[in-house]
Write a protein that binds this ligand. Structure first.
Ligand SMILES: CC(C)(COP(=O)(O)OP(=O)(O)OC[C@H]1O[C@@H](n2cnc3c(N)ncnc32)[C@H](O)[C@@H]1OP(=O)(O)O)[C@@H](O)C(=O)NCCC(=O)NCCS
Length: 188
């Protein structure tokens, strides 16, 4: 049964060594808003930052889209129960990355608090969700897309887990990454 505060409308709960992934709640948007007003954070995720300061309603609109096309999670530190980011295991919605007959997922991810970047949290989350996607959801291909070319951190994350660049997009401003089931099984 879906609880009223379960914005994500799923009941998948996952765990890594230091983190929990739980369905995203409405209240998590309130936690996220101040981080979405940090230019360094916004620059990492958006090609061109929004003109107006980010509001809860703005984030909810994007959140609804993700919720309707996949599994939206809050990333929670086990040590203190604090929500520190969002991640969505999302069915591929970009025509350029679809392949007829294949189940393909993408993975928008953001750790909101930049003091927590580079501590291995991103890798823990993605490793866990790749295992879930290939193991439980039986996907054929995992394809994080629209990674800004100047987002070195994000690119390092995908490369460290065995993904490679599949194409450039938006006139070379964005990169799409991928790993196939066969490649994933070879290294896991
Ligand atoms: C991108 C993001 C999810 C990565 O998570 P993270 O916890 O910071 O990254 P990790 O510490 O798990 O590092 C993953 C790999 O990248 C490497 N890495 C991390 N920061 C790096 C940096 N600044 N430069 C080069 N490599 C870096 C790590 O060494 C690690 O590789 P290794 O295991 O081979 O050593 C996180 O930084 C984030 O949320 N950033 C803001 C939002 C964002 O950019 N989202 C992605 C949009 S496409």
């Amino acid at each position: 049964m879906i609880q009223p505060d379960n914005f994500a409308c799923h009941n998948v709960h996952l765990e890594t060594e230091r983190l929990k992934l739980r369905p995203f709640k409405d209240a998590d948007f309130d936690t996220a808003v101040p981080f979405y007003r940090d230019p360094e954070f916004l620059n990492a995720i958006e090609e061109s930052p929004p003109d107006e300061p980010v509001t809860k309603e703005y984030l909810k609109k994007a959140g609804k889209f993700m919720r309707d096309s996949g599994f939206l999670f809050a990333i929670v530190e086990k040590a203190n129960g604090r929500a520190i980011g969002e991640v969505c295991l999302q069915w591929m919605n970009l025509e350029r990355a679809k392949i007829a007959g294949e189940k393909i997922m993408r993975l928008p991810i953001a750790i909101w608090d930049k003091t927590l970047w580079g501590k291995g949290y991103g890798k823990e989350v993605v490793r866990c969700l790749m295992a879930h996607a290939f193991g439980k959801l039986e996907i054929d291909r995992f394809c994080p897309v629209d990674v800004p070319v100047d987002n070195v951190r994000s690119q390092a994350l995908w490369r460290s887990l065995g993904l490679t660049v599949s194409r450039e997009a938006d006139g070379g401003k964005m990169l799409d990454f991928e790993i196939t089931r066969i490649e994933y099984e070879k290294i896991n």
